[in-house]
Design a protein around this ligand. Structure first.
Ligand SMILES: NC(=O)c1ccc[n+]([C@@H]2O[C@H](COP(=O)([O-])OP(=O)(O)OC[C@H]3O[C@@H](n4cnc5c(N)ncnc54)[C@H](OP(=O)(O)O)[C@@H]3O)[C@@H](O)[C@H]2O)c1
Length: 300
């Protein structure tokens, strides 16, 4: 099976390469290329179409994205080109030339106001530019490949892995640097380890490749629910236990109003993953245990 992976230098991309099953002929890309990766700028729709025409992958796994949630408020054109334009270009090329697309998406396509976990079939209502740009990527996959079985959107949330940029690694650094931390306690979601998310992505691809019909939208997160405050406290406790810290900072809960950011974030963005877990035949690991595995896997 030939597979084009985008975002190969990102945190999920790196976990996907580490967990790649046998029998995959991988064409891995990043914005600038190098290190064995092909250069592909996701803001360049023509280049995205061209790479499909040239290489005819059985799958495009689009893990690359403009993920800077706050910066996106000032760069809506670029966020939409990368997060909306690239999935549309891949979908259109696949519609013409064959293949399948796995598009990663986010809990930020929802407004977070309903107070209960979001099912896969609920309406999108993003609050900020990042969420809107990811929603436009989902819409493109639905419009172009809907009904064909060639496009799958996999939504996830609060992604954290042992490498790259993420909340857990930032908190680990802040625990080292500071005595006290104020962390938002009134936004609830669920962390998702890149290690488990990569396994779920490969399950989508292998089961679909073996002929299983999958729903067009799936949800994947680790088990449970947490606030950013909970995750920050857990990072301190787990890192102490693992010997990654000599002492942890005191974490104080604060409200969203006390920590203004350019982008408004959903206050309750849990994804209901029950149905998707059954389809993929994967059990969820509780987020705290998954976070421990992430911290344990940080390279020296
Ligand atoms: N991170 C989260 O909390 C989160 C939550 C929900 C869903 N997701 C989704 O999960 C997927 C994987 O995210 P992640 O956490 O692995 O993000 P990440 O670590 O930020 O990786 C994204 C990758 O995309 C690349 N990229 C950005 N703009 C590009 C462009 N114009 N051309 C080519 N590559 C470009 C980035 O490269 P540069 O470093 O060079 O910019 C980066 O390597 C994304 O679809 C994201 O929307 C993430």
């Amino acid at each position: 099976m030939k597979l084009l992976l985008t975002g190969a230098a990102g945190q999920l991309g790196r976990a996907l390469i580490d967990k790649m099953p046998p029998g995959v002929e991988l064409l891995a890309s990043s914005r600038l290329g190098g290190d064995g990766l092909v250069a592909l700028d996701l803001a360049d729709a023509k280049a995205c179409q061209q790479v499909v025409v040239e290489h005819r992958p059985d799958w495009v796994l689009n893990a690359g994205a403009y993920t800077a949630v706050d910066k996106a408020e000032a760069e809506p054109g670029l966020a939409h080109a990368v997060n909306g334009g690239a999935p549309r270009a891949f979908a259109e090329a696949i519609q013409t030339h064959g293949g399948r697309l796995l598009q990663l998406s986010t809990d930020f396509v929802f407004n977070g106001k309903q107070g209960s976990p979001y099912r896969v079939d609920q309406s999108r209502d993003p609050l900020g530019v990042y969420g809107a740009s990811k929603a436009s990527g989902e819409e493109a996959v639905e419009e172009v490949l809907g009904g064909s079985g060639q496009g799958v959107v996999l939504r996830t949330s609060w992604v954290m892995g042992p490498v790259g940029k993420n909340f857990a690694l930032t908190m680990l650094r802040l625990h080292r640097e500071r005595e006290h931390l104020g962390v938002v306690a009134d936004q609830v979601g669920c962390p998702s380890s890149t290690l488990n998310l990569a396994t779920a992505c490969w399950m989508v691809i292998t089961s679909s490749h073996e002929g299983m019909e999958l729903p067009p939208v799936l949800h994947w997160c680790d088990g449970g629910a947490a606030s950013w405050y909970d995750v920050s406290v857990a990072v301190g406790e787990l890192a102490l236990d693992l010997g990654l810290l000599e002492r942890a900072a005191t974490v104080n809960p604060i409200s969203t109003a006390d920590y203004p950011t350019p982008a408004t974030r959903p206050c309750y963005s849990l994804l209901d993953c029950q149905a998707s877990r059954q389809v993929l035949q994967l059990e969820a690991q509780q987020w705290r245990s998954a976070l421990r595995d992430v911290l344990k896997s940080i390279p020296n």
